[in-house]
Design a protein around this ligand. Sequence first.
Ligand code: AMP
Length: 446
Amino acid sequence: METEQKDTEDQGDTKTFKDLGIIEELCEACTRLGWTAPTAIQKEAIPQALNDRDVIGLAETGSGKTGAFGLPLLQALISRPQRLFGLVLTPTRELAFQIKEQFEALGKAVGVACVVIVGGMDITQQALELGKRPHIIVATPGRLVDHLEKTKGFNLKALKYLVMDEADRILNMDFEEEVDKILKVLPRDRRTMLFSATMTSKVNKLQRAHLKDPVKVEVSSKYQTVSKLQQYMLFIPCKHKHIYLAYILNEIGNKSVIIFCATKLSTLKTALMLRNLGFTAIPLYGKMSQNKRLGALHKFKAKERSILLATDVASRGLDIPCVDFVINFDVPMHSKDYIHRVGRTARAGKSGNAITFVSQYEVEVYQRIEQLLNTKLDVYPTVKEEAMILEERIVEAERCAKLEMARIEEKTGKRGKKRDHFEDDTEESLGVRNRINKDKKKRFRK
Ligand code: AMP
């Protein structure tokens, strides 16, 4: 396998999309999106793909990966228009919607029809959309298999282009059965592109995707995070995490922040606690229904909420512009998840900050991340006395949050509701709290 490796900071190179071989209509679409020049991964991957090569692309999140596979796919489609031409597989539903948005934005002028096929959405409606035979399908593996098995008249026998985004995850055990079923029904005579920030080193996994003499393009060395990202750590006792969180949020002012927590419960509890202090916070985790997840994301993107509390389900692939800070409230158990989490900030050339809270229980897991990054992170500057002034206030906010959680659990339990309604009630109660606490916030903020 050939490998093309380039430095991300290739400053001297002023190539345009046209120089890479992109046709006029798509160059214009890039300009409309404000993409003035190709990103490093686009410079490397696009010419290879246009040259009809299978590509394995290794690039960090926020590097413009979607454009790197989207533009060649669309160009191939435009040159040989055909229904059910391309399939993009992604591991998460949110990522699928984001990819569709980019495809539609790039392919608008040429009338590209693209559908999203993911779980948690109405399957009959999806079958109708597939019946219209779109040009491109963006799908999560499980739901696509459902349609391949059950939707009358739907097949991918004529497919010309397969993309796997976050391919390391798609090819690992989680999706093994589904991916095997999909690959079995795809024609071998097709182009394949695999993209990921982290890639499995096990070549046999890649072979499952039936790549033909692929060229590997790489724009950063192993597990590097984007260069405009300032990364810090903070070693604090576990019981003081909420205190330091509130202290930092207060210090940084009205910034857009994603806070990663280890569990759904922790996202909810911390969201309620922050709301008690007057911050606008919203939780996002895997067990929420698709509509609730999209709703939470929309509120955050629209800046109706400045703080998003998420479990790792939200750490991959989400394209949320202008996230100023990522705070790892809990150290991720898997070191590679650290890369994906902090990849939510410092996207597309912007700068960003990541702070990882490390408690006495997390030292070992944290050290594995430092080993992976091959660097020691600076300590985030804080003044302990100033943080600890907040202790009493935080203890009270935590107490209220606990009561609130118990009330919600009792309410949902009594009504025998499905799990989804849990966050309905949370949002509802958060909403009430938010109104009550509007004036509290003024008092809390310095
Ligand atoms: P991705 O890595 O595909 O998730 O892209 C991250 C963000 O970069 C998205 O908001 C894209 O719209 C944006 N983007 C992609 N390519 C370019 C480019 N050539 N110039 C500026 N922004 C870009």
